[in-house]
Structure formats: C-alpha cells, structure tokens
Design a protein around this ligand. Structure first.
Ligand code: HGA
Length: 610
C-alpha cells in the first residue's frame, strides 16, 4: 500500500516518475505527489488529491524539471486524503520525503519536534520523519547520517526515500517492514515499491534487506546494512514480460487477469508435476527432509489468501491425513498459541509483503515450528526470502486490487504441496496419479467456464439493484463461497455474506426473501444431495437462487432457480474451477454498477501496513 518511486538520471525525471506512479496506483490512489530537485538546487513539489491522472494533468500546466526526484501515490493511514496530507512531505524548503508504512511512535516524536520549533502542516505520521531527519541534518550536515540517526528513533514500518537540496546528486532510501526495490540503469538509477513501476526503464533489480540504507546516485549505488557495514545486494533480472502492466484488449485488469488463469495455472504446475506425480525436489532441495514427520500444518494468511488456506485445510486433512489449522494473520500474531510438535508453518501471500503475514512468520521463526513454507507470487519479496521452503505461484503481476489469478494459482500450488506431504503420509500412488491427472485438466476446464462469460454477464443483471446477497457452499466449496462473496463486496459494494450451506437454518435463513439473491456452488460431490435440500429451504422462503452446478449434479432450473451448468470436475480440483464463475459474476455486476473495478474504493493491493 502506498507506492513510492524515485529516479536520479542525466535526463528529466518527471516522465519516469509519473509513469512509475501510474503503475503503482494499485497500491493506493487517494492522492499523489512528486518532488524534484531542479537545476537551481531548489525543491519543487506538486501534490493533488485523487488519482495519478489528476497529478499528471496539474503537471502539464506546471512541469517540474530536474534530474533527481521522488514521488508517491497514497493510501491514507494517518490523516484524511487531502492535498496537505499528500506526499512528498517537506521539512523547511530543502528536504522532501516519501513514505510507505506507519510510524507507531509518531505522536511522541511530534510533540518533541514541536517543542524544538518545527511546525506541522499535515496530520500524517510521515511529516514527523521529515522534521526528524532535518533536525539531524542541521547537526550532521550529511543526509545519509541524518536518515540513519532518524530511523534509529522510529517504531513501526517504513520504506523511505529522501532528497535534500543541499545534496542534489543523490537520494537516500531505506526500508524496515515495507518493500523497496532498486532499479539498476545505465547512467541512471531508480527506486520503487515494486519492480512493475520501473519496467519501462530497467529490468535489473536489487532488493533491499530489512534495515538497509542505500545512497542512490546516477552512477552508483552504495548500501549499508543495519549495522552500518557496506553490503552488496544481488542484481536479478525481471522474469515476466514488460507488458504485464498493460490491459491489452481488456477493459479492466481484473478481466484480463481472470482470462489469464488457464495459462498461469498451467505455469504453476510446470516443472513441479509429471503426468502422474508431484516432483518433490521441485519444491526445494530441502523439501523431502522438511516434509518428513510433519504432524500438523498451521496456515496463516489474510483476505483472499486466507480463503486459499481454508480450501487447503480440506485437502491436507483428507489427502495427507495431517491436522491443519488456518488463521488470519492479524489474529494469530496477537494471541498466545500452543504449538504442537512437528508443526509446519505455512504462509500464503500474493505480494509477499503483507505486513500481518510477515509479522506472523517472524514470530513463528522464533517460536519453535518445524519449518516455514511460503506460497507467494513475488520473487525476492520478504516472505520468500525469510522462509525455509517456497512455492512460487506463477501468476505474473496482478494489478487488479481484487485478487483473481493469484487465488487460483495459490490453490494449484497448495494442492501440489498437499500431495507432496501426503506422499510422506502414505497416500497411495494411484490416488496421487488420479489427482494429478485431474489437475492437468483444470486449465481446460477453466477455459470452458470462461466461455460462459456472456451467460454470466446476463445473470449479473439480477444483482444490479440488490443491496445484499448470500453465498452458500459445503465442504471445500465453503471457502469458494467466501471468496465469491468477498469479490462481490470488494468491487460492486453489494453486501455479501457466505455461509456453509448447512448453517443456513441456524440464522441466515431469516434474511431470505425476494430481495436477497442466493448464490450457490454445487459440484457433483458427496454433499450435493444435502446441498439440494438447503436450496429447497431457500426456495420455500421466496429466495431467488443462482446455482453453479455440475452437469451431473442434476440441479433443475425452475421458477426462481437459475442454473448455470459447469463442466464436470474432480471433487478435489473443483474449488479451483468453481471460483472462476463467481469472479466473472462479481466483475459483471461491478461493471453494470459502474464502480471502479480495478481500484475499488477504500482498498489497495499489497497490504504492507498492519
Ligand atoms: N502513513 C502514511 C503512509 C501510508 C501508507 O503507507 N499506506 O499504505 C500516510 O498516511 O500518509
């Protein structure tokens, strides 16, 4: 959340920074700003409320010329979205800063700096950091040292980029708990919250470690670690095509990403499964060792990734016979837990920078778990670097704030992991082969569901004027219902709740009437007959049902029951396939309602604040 970009170059940096912000806008979009050090060695700043386009428009009339600059797109945590709270923040006329994260002790620092005579113009925690660095600068006259001295006093999470007009040839950047990457150019260098922002200018990146402080000049990068020791960070090349941040022919990134699913699910399987078996070594050289004797799996995640973890629990207990617990990271990290012996800690995060998940992982590493496994979509992210074992999803960059392809590739990776674990726990070879064969069919089955797009768009009209909806599923389809409800909430702003279908009569049935559409996923598994009875309960109360059902499940369309037939799928892989029609349904409802599909209100991607 919040996007940072910076550049130091021979050329004017305004265009590079604006394009970087446009690409980072998924991280926050309530205001945007830029500060550039011009030829006269003064700081010029522009800030606008709203999206990056508003800043771009303002800058057409008043361009900022200069070879060193920093910029920011905001997702407010401290202080309303407004021009005065927009970054960059300044201390005096000569120091400017952009920040991603939260400074927890900002109140006490603010009081101290006020007593020192600093005047505050915003409500943000960030402005405190600007003044703190400036205070140090007055004594130390060196930006790097001033930043180091300032961050020693900060509690919380931050990625910072700082420029000072007295040192017009470099910026100082650092990170602790929020992501920051350095883009390595030729005769120019860059920084950003993620690689995507910089793809038009470079494909070579260095990832800062927690506690690093770097000086970025156009012809050199120096990095010191937390202890002040000079360190080298490896330069890696970006693997995905530079077009990933483009919508192409699609109206929205979300739709593009829904349609990419057959390809990326396949990519996530590549190199990890044969026709009939999981290649355990492909999960890491240590995989066999770490998975042996696992007696319990503790899954931690947030949001959509949490739903993926909930599906995995059904798989892990059913196929591996290993106990599995799933918990949202923000709860897990703040309670005492009993750790059973030989528990594997499994974190799921699209970005690998989710603040709560990372914090939970760091606690877990001290707490005596057997090992930590990450399922993640971003190579080089903190989660990936800090885990013992990693399964990368191969979704490619996901730009739409509402997660789609990241979820289905997480499920794919989790099923592969489950089978590897299950093999250590006596899953018969034939059963492994049956499931892998079913997994190979999933990309084709997802394509078949995508072919229903037109019909689903038609169905979505029934939701346009509704304020509430219910989603039902049983067994491993319950998390699919949860994910479907989350998608509808996120992008159409319709209140949606998901229940295990068997819970209906224990409360939510009271809500059912003709104004409450009820969406149900009904694959042909051993729970389908029970599910049909639940549907009757809804129908008997006048509720309108929208059922995504296996052809063979024999759910009949009739008055008030709309049935969309889904290709027959294996019960184990069904959650992956049944997610897709629910994504399309939410997408079309949102389009009909005219909401901002890719950047829904109040949300942002990559939740790097707590
Ligand atoms: N706390 C700062 C930055 C917010 C942020 O990083 N959001 O993700 C602010 O409120 O401006």
């Amino acid at each position: 959340m919040c996007g940072i970009v910076g550049a130091v170059s021979e050329r004017d940096v305004q265009g590079i920074l604006l394009e970087g912000l446009r690409r980072l806008e998924y991280r926050g979009y309530d205001s945007a700003g830029m500060a550039v050090i011009g030829g006269d060695h003064s700081v010029q700043r522009a800030r606008e409320v709203g999206k990056v386009a508003a800043l771009g428009d303002a800058m057409k009339a008043n361009p900022l010329a200069g070879h060193l600059g920093i910029a920011h797109t905001r997702w407010a945590t401290h202080g309303e979205p407004s021009q005065i709270n927009a970054h960059p923040h300044m201390s005096g006329e000569r120091l400017a800063i952009v920040h991603n994260g939260i400074i927890e002790n900002y109140q006490e620092l603010r009081e101290e700096l006020r007593a020192d005579g600093f005047e505050f113009t915003s409500q943000t925690d960030t402005e405190v950091v600007a003044h703190l660095i400036e205070k140090n600068y007055r004594a130390l006259c060196n930006l790097h040292d001033s930043v180091r001295a300032a961050i020693a006093r900060l509690r919380g999470a931050y990625a910072l980029a700082v420029v000072h007009a007295d040192e017009p040839n470099h910026m100082v950047v650092c990170r602790e708990g929020s992501p920051l990457v350095i883009g390595v150019g030729i005769g120019e260098n860059f920084i950003a919250s993620d690689q995507l922002a910089l793809l038009p200018v470079t494909d070579r990146f260095m990832f800062l470690e927690e506690g690093d402080i770097a000086d970025i000049k156009k012809d050199g990068i120096t990095i010191l670690d937390r202890e002040g020791q000079s360190v080298e960070r490896e330069v890696t090349r970006f693997e995905h095509g530079a077009d990933s941040a483009d919508k192409g022919e699609y109206r929205h990134f979300m739709l593009k990403e829904i349609y990419e699913q057959p390809k990326v699910i396949k990519a996530t399987m590549e190199g990890r499964v044969t026709k009939t078996r999981v290649l355990e070594q492909a999960l890491g050289t240590e995989a066999a060792n770490l998975l042996e004797n696992v007696r319990h799996v503790q899954i931690i995640a947030c949001g959509t990734s949490y739903h993926a973890g909930m599906v995995a629990r059904y798989w892990i207990e059913e196929l591996a016979g290993v106990a599995c617990s799933v918990e949202v990271a923000s709860e897990f990290r703040y309670r005492k837990h009993v750790i059973q012996q030989d528990t594997l800690f499994l974190c799921i995060s699209q970005s690998g920078e989710t603040a709560d998940t990372l914090a939970a992982l760091r606690q877990a590493k001290k707490a005596g778990f057997r090992a930590a496994l990450a399922i993640c979509n971003v190579p080089g992210s903190s989660l990936v670097r800090e885990s013992d074992l990693v399964i990368m999803t191969q979704a490619g960059p996901e730009i739409g704030v509402a997660s789609t392809k990241a979820f289905t590739t997480q499920l794919t990776a989790l099923l592969i992991f489950t089978l590897a674990l299950a093999r250590h726990n006596g899953l018969p070879e034939e059963q492994e082969a049956e499931i892998i064969e079913a997994l190979h069919l999933v990309p084709g089955q997802v394509s078949d569901v995508l072919a229903l797009d037109g019909e689903i768009a038609e169905m979505s009209k029934a939701f346009m004027d509704k304020n509430h909806s219910l989603f039902l599923g049983r067994g491993s389809q319950f998390p699919v219902a949860l994910e479907g409800a989350l998608k509808l909430k996120e992008i159409s702003y319709i209140h949606a709740e998901a229940y295990p279908a068997g819970e209906l009569k224990h409360g939510p049935l009271a809500l059912v009437d003709s104004e409450m559409p009820v969406v149900t996923v009904a694959p042909n598994n051993d729970l389908v007959e029970k599910l049909k009875s639940n549907l009757e309960e809804v129908r008997a109360r006048g509720g309108e049902l929208f059922v995504f059902a296996d052809r063979k499940a024999d759910v009949k369309a009739e008055d008030g029951i709309h049935v969309m037939q889904i290709p027959s799928v294996h019960p184990i892989t069904a959650p992956i396939v049944y997610t897709v029609p629910l994504q399309l349904l939410s997408y079309h409802v949102a389009v009909l309602k005219g909401t901002d599909v890719d950047q829904p209100r109040n949300l942002a991607k990559s939740v790097t604040v707590e």
